[in-house]
Design a protein around this ligand. Structure first.
Ligand SMILES: C[S@@+](CC[C@H](N)C(=O)[O-])C[C@H]1O[C@@H](n2cnc3c(N)ncnc32)[C@H](O)[C@@H]1O
Length: 266
């Protein structure tokens, strides 16, 4: 993870705060603001082992009940503070258990998670990032389903002033005692290969040298299914009729309609 010396960082939705604590090996305490979606009481209650006291003892500012979708709670944090804003393993709580059949539940969860990430990037670039700073946002996520169905590389920046620059592997060994937490209970998420997805409004950012660019945006590739390039026109046509593609297209169409209705930028 690219963390230049003396950079200032805000973490969003840090479950038990163990990632923010691990960041202290790379970032001085007064350069870090850690946030949790949960209130302080819920955090202490939900995660019996948490890093809140360690952060407070180190002099880190910790803000609770920060909902990245809610401007009022976002505005409680200092504006223009950060060089980098990080959201690790974002996931909307609840996951729409009441919706059936399963296909509809998946569509609803897909939309909700994209919306969460849309707001994360929007608030970060508009409120948290210093105009004179690094201007970077990181989303760490696994690249398997259901997360890969969010089209994290292509769906969050259309007509926005920032772009997806590329990804790099998340190196867990750099973050001592960081445990990924389940969103709604005192359990750990199994560590699997994850990637850091990087966004900036500076296309020529020096971080590019460390990143793998998204190669399926090119001609004759399918960015939704991350396949290609197709060499024959028939392969391309056949791909459009596969179940894989139809499912991904549905997610894409749903998100486009949502944005048209709510954000009018697609
Ligand atoms: C799977 S947990 C990961 C927790 C933590 N980031 C980690 O890496 O261990 C998903 C996190 O997303 C946070 N989250 C969900 N919706 C949010 C929102 N609207 N604003 C801020 N955080 C949110 C949850 O509180 C939860 O901590």
């Amino acid at each position: 993870m690219y963390l230049p010396k003396n950079c200032r960082v805000i973490t969003i939705g840090d479950g038990d705060l163990s990632f923010s604590r691990a960041l202290l090996e790379h970032v001085p305490p007064n350069n870090l603001i850690a946030t949790t979606y949960d209130s302080k009481d819920v955090l202490r209650d939900k995660y019996t082992r948490n890093a809140l006291d360690d952060l407070l003892n180190a002099g880190v500012i910790v803000e609770h009940s920060v909902d990245i979708k809610d401007l009022a709670s976002v505005n409680r944090l200092p504006q223009n503070f950060a060089d980098i804003v990080i959201f690790n393993h974002p996931l909307v709580p609840g996951q729409h258990r009441d919706i059936s059949p399963q296909k509809e539940r998946k569509k609803s969860a897909n939309l909700a998670n994209r919306d969460l990430l849309y707001h994360f990037l929007k608030q970060s670039f508009q409120v948290f990032l210093n105009p004179e700073g690094q201007r970077l946002c990181y989303i760490t996520s696994k690249s398997v389903k259901p997360y890969s169905d969010w089209h994290i590389e292509t769906s969050l920046t259309l007509n926005r002033p920032y772009q997806f620059l590329g990804n790099q592997l998340f190196n867990l060994s750099l973050f001592k005692n960081y445990m990924v937490r389940k969103v709604d209970r005192d359990k750990y998420v199994k560590h699997e290969e994850s990637k850091v997805y990087v966004y900036s409004d500076n296309n020529a950012h020096p971080i590019n040298g460390y990143l793998t660019a998204f190669r399926f945006a090119e001609d004759k590739c399918c960015p939704l299914c991350r396949i290609g390039p197709f060499t024959h026109a028939d392969d391309w046509k056949n791909h459009h009729h596969t179940r894989l593609h139809k499912t991904q297209q549905q997610y894409h169409d749903l998100w486009s309609a949502h944005c048209n209705l709510n954000y009018q930028y697609l």
